[in-house]
Ligand binder design. Structure first.
Ligand SMILES: CC(C)(COP(=O)(O)OP(=O)(O)OC[C@H]1O[C@@H](n2cnc3c(N)ncnc32)[C@H](O)[C@@H]1OP(=O)(O)O)[C@@H](O)C(=O)NCCC(=O)NCCSC(=O)C[C@H](O)C(=O)O
Ligand code: MG
Length: 292
C-alpha cells in the first residue's frame, strides 16, 4: 500500500517504559502506534524504555499496524542513542518532537543510515517557531511523510488554555494542515487529554475530520473506537460516493460534464473525492483483514 494511502484514523501513544502497554497494543484496533521515548518516559526510565521499544519493534506481532518510535530531541542527552537504536530496530517511522527547522529533519535523516528504506520520518508541530516554519519543514526532505500536531506543547508555549472547540490552537492546526497538504504529506491531529470524556473526544474528532486531518493521536485505548468511527468513511458517505460516480459516468457517456446527485452538482473534482473515499474504505478493509 502506498505510504500516503495507509489508514491513520487512530494513532495511539504508548509510554515506551510500560512493558504491559506495549504488549497490550498488539491486540488494540489502532491503525498506528507511537512508542514514546519522549514525554511519556520519565528521565529515570529513558534507557529502559529505549530497550523495551527496540525489542518490541524487532519482535513485531503488531500485525498490519504502523509502528512509529518517538525519539527524544537530538538536543537532549538521550536523542542520539534513541535515534541510533530506533534506526536499527527499523520501525515504519521515526517521530521527531518539537521540530522547528528543516535542519532538524536533515540531522535525523543523516543518523538513519542503519535504518531500512521503509523507515520514514514524521515530525511533531508543537512550538510557535515550528508552526511558523511548517511550510519549509514539510518541503524539506523526501523521507518526511507526516506532520503530527502536538497541541499540549503548543498550548503551553502559547500560554493558552485547553478549551472545548480548541479556538486557541485553530490557527496553528489550519496552518500546519495547509503545509502538509501543499507537499502531499499526511496530517494527524493532536490528543484529547480528557481520555474518559467520549463526548469531547467525538467533538474534537469531528472537527479534525472536517478540517481535513487524516486521523487523531490518542493517549488511551478507550479512545480508539471513536477515532476509527469518525475518521473512517461512513456508510452514508460511501453510498453517496458510489451514487456520484455512477451519475457522473452516465453524464459523461452522454457528452455532459456536470451531474446532479441529491440536489448538488458533481463535477470531476467531486469524483476525485468520491474515489479517494472509496479507496480509503478499501484500505481500512485491508488493514482490518491484516493485510499491509
Ligand atoms: C493516561 C494513562 C496514564 C492512563 O493509564 P491507566 O491508569 O493505566 O489507564 P487504565 O487503567 O484505564 O488502562 C486500562 C488498560 O489499558 C492500558 N493502557 C492505558 N493506556 C495505554 C496506552 N496509551 N497504550 C496501551 N495500553 C494502554 C493499561 O495498561 C491497562 O491495561 P491492563 O492493565 O492490561 O488492563 C495512560 O493511558 C497513558 O500513559 N497514556 C499515554 C500518555 C502519553 O503517551 N503521553 C504522551 C503523549 S501525549 C502528548 O503530549 C502529545 C504531544 O507531544 C503534545 O505536546 O501534545
Ligand atoms: Mg509534545
Amino acid at each position: 500500500m502506498p505510504v500516503s494511502a495507509r489508514p491513520r484514523r487512530s494513532v495511539l501513544y504508548i509510554p515506551g517504559c510500560r512493558a504491559r502497554a506495549l504488549e497490550k497494543a498488539r491486540r488494540l484496533a489502532a491503525d498506528a502506534l507511537i512508542f514514546d521515548l519522549e514525554d511519556a518516559a520519565p528521565p529515570e526510565e529513558k534507557e529502559n524504555a529505549r530497550t523495551l521499544v527496540a525489542d518490541a519493534v524487532s519482535e513485531g506481532g503488531y500485525g498490519a499496524r504502523e509502528l512509529i518510535v518517538r525519539i527524544n530531541g537530538l538536543d537532549t542527552e538521550w536523542g542520539a542513542a534513541d535515534l541510533a537504536t530506533a534506526a536499527v530496530a527499523g520501525p515504519d517511522a521515526i517521530l521527531i518532537p518539537k521540530v522547528e527547522s528543516p535542519e532538524m529533519i536533515a540531522a535525523v535523516a543523516a543518523g538513519m543510515s542503519a535504518a531500512p528504506a521503509k523507515t520514514a520520518i514524521w515530525a511533531m508541530m508543537e512550538t510557535p517557531r515550528g508552526v511558523l516554519s511548517a511550510a519549509a519543514i514539510a518541503a524539506s526532505h523526501p523521507r518526511l511523510v507526516c506532520l503530527v500536531m502536538g497541541t499540549n506543547d503548543l498550548v503551553k508555549e502559547l500560554r493558552a488554555t485547553h478549551v472545548p472547540g480548541r479556538a486557541p490552537v485553530a490557527a496553528a492546526l489550519g496552518h500546519c494542515l495547509l503545509a502538509a497538504r501543499a507537499e502531499g504529506l499526511v496530517a494527524i491531529d493532536g490528543v484529547c487529554n480528557a481520555f474518559r470524556d467520549e463526548t469531547l473526544l467525538r467533538e474534537e474528532c469531528e472537527a479534525g475530520r472536517a478540517m481535513g486531518f487524516d486521523g487523531k493521536t490518542l493517549i488511551h485505548p478507550g479512545q480508539i473506537a471513536i477515532a476509527n468511527e469518525v475518521f473512517g468513511p461512513s456508510a452514508e458517505a460511501l453510498a453517496e460516493a458510489k451514487e456520484q460516480l455512477a451519475a457522473y459516468e452516465a453524464t459523461v457517456a452522454k457528452g455532459g460534464g456536470v451531474a446532479v446527485v441529491n440536489g448538488r452538482i458533481v463535477e470531476n473534482l467531486h469524483v476525485e473525492t468520491a474515489r479517494r473515499l472509496l479507496a480509503e474504505a478499501e484500505a481500512i478493509r485491508r488493514l482490518e483483514d491484516g493485510a499491509n
